[in-house]
Design a protein around this ligand. Structure first.
Ligand code: NAD
Length: 471
């Protein structure tokens, strides 16, 4: 049979299966391309929609449609996100949207296992969970929806998103765009849904909502803690990080400076995995600083950093100092202006040499701003001790620059993080300039790591005793 004939038959089957997507709840059948007034209608319609995905061929077709639509709208959604949240950089968000559209694996990453032996045949298959509830952050509103949709639908699930209220327009627009594309391609609507007025209360309702068995939370420590305390579902939590980057005396310092500059300034430092503090061995600290300046970073004084901190942190000074969401993800030039000084508009990263002050506020807190402290450690061992102290066992991300394989091995083992990156920007660990698939949901406290479709399936085993060996 010719390839075109196979395609035509698959299309025909898909059309028949996808036809007539009526909603069981009695609500207006389609909502507004996945955006519903009422939570119960959203969940019911999503459940109805996912039952239409009866074949792997349909999932593949849906994922192709999502990738196409995400690529076509990457810029528009990036512009919307920056406009709505005030966070990040348009060009970087375009890259992020394209990254997830291209490098989030589809259904092909899921494969069954067959075991045969003297006693017969056992199959392990990947079953969907059903409708998954996904709580999403303000920092990557479009990219998280694109990424989660591909991963979760590839596993045969539908998704109800609980967007951050501060990013609801971008999140909802992404959901609508993706549903339209899927509907145009397969006749199925509402695989991705949310409510029109997302609030924290709605997210909390989803923690215990009947008929949903899997809760995925991508956000800060407070929401992960809240979900852990109240949910009665399987929880996949992608929480906060405070990723250190260590530079030892053997590192290629030109490469380290470029990597840190690119990584820490990417989308103005709002990716959870982005470098948040530099810890350099004292003997090479001055050279690293020169190289950072050579690639465009601006060194500021402690007084200047103090002036910025007073504006951009809440409850500062004090043990509870934390970033003011209004200042998260702002350009370096805006931070400088807040502190009463100026840097060139082209500058993407500020850094401040804080010597041995490991308790320094921008080292302690997950600032999510392109302003990094640079700490000078006596030697590699002290640098790793400080890195682990600042990572706070969040088990998120850490990185290092070195050419000493013993040091590289020692820190990789000690870090115990979900992501560990050597000799490159941390985003390389998410497939941006490094090998491997990408994700915007890096499960840290619950341990699934860089998620993909395999994370969102239930493993089911079926054993046949005594038959079906062919050798
Ligand atoms: P956030 O924690 O303020 O909000 C995340 C989501 O949780 C939002 O949808 C919000 O509405 C909801 N939420 C917040 N508090 C809640 C509560 N008590 N009950 C129910 N829902 C609640 O985070 P943000 O500022 O939008 O995003 C930045 C944070 O997310 C950072 O800490 C970052 O490290 C983390 N993050 C982690 C990953 C990862 O993959 N590990 C990815 C992106 C962001």
């Amino acid at each position: 049979m010719r390839n075109e004939d196979i395609e035509r038959i698959v299309d025909e089957v898909i059309k028949q299966l996808g036809r007539g997507v009526a909603c069981a709840s009695g609500a207006p059948a389609q909502g507004d391309w996945g955006v519903f007034e009422r939570l119960e209608d959203a969940v019911a319609c999503a459940d109805e929609a996912r039952k239409r995905m009866e074949t792997v061929a349909i999932r593949e077709k849906i994922v192709r449609a999502i990738r196409r639509a995400a690529k076509a709208n990457a810029r528009r959604l990036a512009e919307m996100a920056v406009e709505e949240t005030g966070m990040g950089r348009i060009e970087d968000k375009v890259k992020k949207n394209l990254l997830v559209a291209h490098r989030t694996p589809g259904p092909e990453i899921i494969s069954p296992i067959a075991m045969t032996g003297d006693t017969g045949l056992t199959l392990v298959e990947n079953a969907p969970w059903g409708v998954i509830a996904s709580v999403t952050p303000s920092t990557n509103p479009a990219a998280t929806v694109i990424n989660n949709s591909i991963s979760m639908i590839s596993g045969g699930n539908a998704v109800i998103f609980a967007p951050h209220p501060g990013a609801k327009r971008t999140t909802q627009e992404t959901i609508k765009i993706l549903n339209k594309a899927v509907h145009e391609s397969t006749g199925i609507n509402n695989l991705m849904v949310c409510v029109k007025e997302p609030t924290i209360e709605v997210a909390k309702q989803l923690f215990t909502y009947p008929g949903i068995d899997l809760l995925v939370v991508t956000g800060g420590e407070a929401v992960v803690e809240a979900a852990r305390k109240t949910t009665n579902k399987r929880l996949i939590a992608a929480g906060a990080g405070n990723p250190p980057v260590v530079v030892d005396e053997t590192a290629d310092l030109v490469r380290a400076a470029q990597g840190i500059y690119d990584g820490a300034s990417f989308d103005n430092n709002i990716i959870c995995a982005d470098e948040k503090e530099i810890i350099v061995v004292d003997s090479v600290a001055d050279v690293l600083k020169q190289e950072l300046k050579a690639v465009g970073a601006v060194e500021i004084t402690k007084d200047q950093a103090e002036a910025v901190a007073k504006v951009v942190l809440l409850d500062y000074p004090g043990p509870n100092a934390r970033p003011n969401p209004k200042w998260v993800g702002r350009d370096a030039a805006e931070l400088a202006k807040a502190g009463g000084f100026s840097v060139p508009e082209s500058c993407r990263l500020l850094f401040v040499d804080v010597g041995r002050d490991v308790d320094y506020v921008f080292a302690r807190v997950e600032q999510m701003m392109p302003l990094l402290p640079l700490l000078r450690a006596r030697d590699f061992k002290e640098a790793v001790d400080w890195a682990m102290l600042l990572e706070r066992n969040l088990r998120h991300t850490a990185g290092m620059y070195s050419r000493n394989i013993e040091n590289m091995d020692a820190m990789a083992r000690r870090a115990n993080t979900s992501l560990f990156v050597k000799n490159g920007p941390h985003v390389a660990g998410l497939g941006a300039g490094g090998e491997g698939w990408t994700s915007m949901t890096i499960s840290t406290p619950t341990g699934e790591g860089v998620t993909n479709a395999r994370t969102f399936v239930r493993l089911r085993r079926c054993t046949l005793v005594g038959s079906f060996r062919i050798v």
